[in-house]
Design a protein around this ligand. Structure first.
Ligand SMILES: CC(C)(COP(=O)(O)OP(=O)(O)OC[C@H]1O[C@@H](n2cnc3c(N)ncnc32)[C@H](O)[C@@H]1OP(=O)(O)O)[C@@H](O)C(=O)NCCC(=O)NCCS
Length: 180
């Protein structure tokens, strides 16, 4: 059977470079607003500078990879970030063992470019990076209210393995007051 030719992709996925960083800070600001549900606002200058530094420090780090999606002639339309953490076994009874996990963070695709395959292509590159460093477990966090994230990660097989809970001190105080 002749395989149908896939249409050429309009975007390319590549590692981030220094020149990309200001746009990536804008993406991080949009991601933060998306997660909090807050209306559009601008980052404080020192927070922009801090984020720029955090991103910049990832570029030369062999355990971190910052990836972007770019539409030639239009600019950056997405980003993703992964870093590998190593930890040593903690039990006396087990021989020396090193665990490696890869943490995915800061995944963003511009609204007009969603559902085009950019997200899975970003992920392909991030997952290849993790495997190349011997990290076969992927970990990430997303807010329970983030419907897009829930849909995207569930589709890729991510399952909830923990719960982050929050409460106001006043309501905990009230609950404690009603306890014997
Ligand atoms: C998460 C994100 C990167 C996915 O990008 P994408 O290009 O839309 O990814 P996909 O094409 O794989 O998945 C889109 C699917 O999610 C589903 N989806 C999108 N928005 C949804 C919503 N609000 N509720 C439920 N499902 C939703 C749709 O079923 C869609 O499927 P379709 O392709 O059949 O239309 C993108 O939505 C995004 O940038 N969201 C905001 C940032 C964010 O939440 N990042 C993750 C933080 S951990």
């Amino acid at each position: 059977m002749v395989k149908e030719k896939q249409p050429a992709k309009r975007y390319l996925i590549r590692e981030a470079e220094e020149k990309d960083l200001p746009v990536l800070v804008e993406f991080l600001a949009k991601l933060a607003l998306h997660v909090s549900g807050a209306p559009h606002q601008s980052l404080k200058e020192d927070e922009s500078a801090r984020l720029l530094e955090v991103l910049r420090s990832a570029l030369p780090d062999g355990n971190k990879q910052l990836v972007v999606a770019e539409v030639p002639g239009e600019g950056l339309v997405g980003m993703g970030y992964i870093y590998v953490l190593r930890s040593q076994g903690i039990w006396e009874q087990t021989s020396h063992v090193e665990f490696r996990s890869a943490f995915i963070d800061d995944v963003w695709v511009e609204t007009d470019y969603r559902s085009l395959g950019i997200f899975p292509d970003l992920l392909r590159k991030l997952v290849a990076f993790a495997e190349a460093r011997g990290a076969y477990e992927l970990i990430l966090e997303y807010s329970a209210s983030n419907k897009e994230a829930k849909a995207a990660w569930s589709r890729l097989g991510f399952k909830t393995v923990g719960v982050r809970a929050a409460a106001f001190t006043s309501s905990v105080q009230e609950a404690l007051a009603n306890r014997p």
